[in-house]
Design a protein around this ligand. Structure first.
Ligand code: NAP
Length: 256
């Protein structure tokens, strides 16, 4: 049987889970694409290709040359460039695109959130007076905090921030989720943190810091996502599996 070919743009737990689910289906050939940023990536359940495609045109060329039937963008909610490239490549080629994007966290009683639109807005909202800030936004945009060198920063990321910040009072912590609430509470207490900066990533792996902030009554500066309209969207892996079946049934098999 000629298999239908799916390319999943990954780098998230959801992408890995979806790849596992789709990889079990005998009629599908699934490839997972990773940017190659993580020095020690976790094992994946399907064949992996690694590295950028060379923009939207490069991705479109890959989709054509590998006769991909369906593109799934399961990248992180804050990985904006690859998602824009996926939309552009889909319209260039006519290959359908499914966006799998987990929901953001919702505020509950006890939360002290200030929602901001970007990392640089978060830096501004920290204010002039020195604070002890837990920065948990990944390593790529951490340099933005150099603009406010009066604060003490605890920066947590999976891989080292390189180059490091120029701000004088920075402590680095290398760790990969999932994190437990009691450990997050202990960390916030030990380090005397008085404000947390986080993206509204959603999902369970990193939610513990939000619960820990609530438990300690600490404020959180939460960087929100920009709203984007996609034709085919799923918020859970379960929904994505259903939509993949539906989309593959609706679009014809592509030739090599
Ligand atoms: P980005 O800014 O949207 O993408 C930058 C470039 O990296 C893209 O233009 C593309 O290069 C390449 N790229 C990104 N994701 C790719 C993928 N899955 N496969 C192949 N190439 C990819 O992305 P980012 O924010 O740097 O994130 C990089 C990866 O880390 C993503 O896969 C994302 O899912 C994961 N991640 C991101 C965050 C976050 O907070 N941003 C958090 C956790 C995980 P070309 O233009 O050359 O194709």
């Amino acid at each position: 049987m000629d298999k239908r070919r799916i390319l999943i743009l990954g780098g998230t737990t959801e992408a890995r889970d979806l790849a596992g689910r789709l990889g079990e289906k005998p009629g599908l050939a699934v490839t997972l694409s990773l940017a190659g940023r993580t020095l020690d990536p976790v094992p994946q359940p399907v064949p992996v290709r690694t590295g950028g495609f060379g923009g939207a045109e490069g991705l479109a060329a890959y989709l054509e040359s590998h006769a991909i039937d369906l593109l799934v963008d399961a990248t992180h909610p804050f990985a904006k460039r690859i998602s824009a490239n996926a939309r552009a490549a889909s319209s260039m080629t006519g290959i359908p695109l499914l966006r799998l994007e987990r929901l953001g966290w919702e505020e509950v009683p006890g939360d002290r959130w200030t929602r901001v639109a970007s990392v640089s807005d978060a830096v501004t909202v920290l204010g002039e007076a020195p604070r002890r800030v837990f920065v948990t936004i990944g390593r790529q945009e951490a340099k933005a905090f150099d603009a406010a060198p009066q604060h003490h920063y605890l920066v947590r990321s999976v891989d080292p921030v390189d180059p490091p910040l120029e701000a004088p009072d920075v402590e680095y912590l290398l760790a990969r989720g999932p994190f437990a609430v009691e450990n997050e509470i202990a960390l916030l207490r030990d380090k005397g943190i008085d404000v947390i900066v986080s993206k509204n990533s959603g999902g369970e792996a990193t939610q513990a810091k939000i619960a820990a902030a609530r438990a300690l009554g600490l404020p959180v500066l939460l960087i929100e996502r920009a709203a984007v309209a996609d034709d085919h969207r799923a918020e859970t892996v379960e929904d994505a599996v259903r939509l993949v079946d539906h989309l593959l049934a609706s679009f014809r098999k592509r030739g090599v």
